[in-house]
Design a protein around this ligand. Structure first.
Ligand SMILES: C[S@@+](CC[C@H](N)C(=O)[O-])C[C@H]1O[C@@H](n2cnc3c(N)ncnc32)[C@H](O)[C@@H]1O
Length: 262
């Protein structure tokens, strides 16, 4: 097992920034065990079936397919979401949106716009069952993944197919959104190419979805948006009447989230 892991990690060295970790996750998946088991069983031999399966998974990663799509799941805060190429893989920085949601008063209503796998809405409802949590998604495939995640986790979120908030008549105390914010024509790393274009690209400067959303939230007192260009997003929020705008940094120190209050 130790040899197979070492070989796999060296094969993944050019396609992954975390080759050893990826190799361990793929081997644990192959064997149906937790990663800690790999340490305990380091000196045991892998059978031919396991070797063949493992080689297949490593080849997919070598072709830059993200580990989360290969495993079909991704952890996000306290929950594990099923993911496939219909949805963006939830990122750790998006947890900031959940943290803003956690500050809401008891019983508040909140909507996650562009929910993808359901990550923000489901994680928030999981941690704050008192909130009335809604989620919208334009893409039917992504919405199916989100609904299936809600059903499997037993977390009640009102999922709606909608273009942003069009046709949603419910009023909300807060809007949370990680909408597409990559500028068109941007060159993306090969693993991100596996993710859906509808989840990534937000027009010429990446701000089009926010420009379209703001006129729909004129009555909403609190908005939190994950963005690519925090300064430009702050200006848009101020123009839309949000008097207090805060920019939050992610763990890498990037201004990743803007929070507006009326
Ligand atoms: C960057 S992904 C984020 C997914 C999820 N919120 C997350 O953070 O893991 C953006 C999501 O917004 C959806 N989306 C794009 N345009 C939309 C629109 N006009 N209305 C609703 N959802 C939209 C995409 O299909 C995608 O699922």
């Amino acid at each position: 097992m130790a040899d197979a892991l070492r070989d796999a990690a060296s094969r993944l060295a050019t396609s992954s920034e975390t080759p050893r970790l990826d190799a361990e996750l793929l081997l644990a998946e192959t064997l149906g065990v937790g990663r800690e088991r790999l340490v305990l069983d380091a000196h045991s031999e892998l059978g031919p079936d396991a070797l063949r399966t493992f080689a297949g998974l490593v080849a997919r990663r070598e072709a830059c397919e993200p580990v989360a799509y290969i495993l079909g799941r991704k952890e996000f805060r306290r929950i594990t979401l099923s993911v496939d190429p219909r949805v963006l893989i939830p990122r750790p920085e998006t947890e900031l949106l959940v943290e803003v949601g956690l500050t809401l008063p008891s019983g508040a209503s909140v909507v996650d716009v562009g929910t993808g796998s359901g990550s923000v809405a489901l994680a928030l409802k999981d941690e704050r069952p008192d909130l009335d949590v809604w989620a919208t998604e334009v893409d039917p495939g992504a919405l199916a993944v989100a609904r299936a995640n809600g059903d499997r986790l037993g977390i009640e979120v009102e999922f709606v197919q909608a273009d942003l908030l069009s046709g949603v008549s419910q009023s909300f105390d807060a809007v949370l959104a990680n909408l597409p914010y990559v500028a068109e024509q941007s060159q993306l790393p090969p693993d991100i190419d596996y993710e859906p274009d509808v989840a990534l690209f937000g027009g010429p400067d990446g701000l089009d979805p926010i420009r379209r959303l703001l006129p729909m939230v004129t009555e909403v007192p609190l908005i939190a948006l994950e963005v690519g260009l925090a300064e430009a997003a702050e200006s848009l929020l101020r123009e839309a009447g949000f008097r207090s705008v805060e920019r939050l940094r992610d763990l890498a120190g990037l201004e990743r989230t803007v929070v507006g209050r009326r």
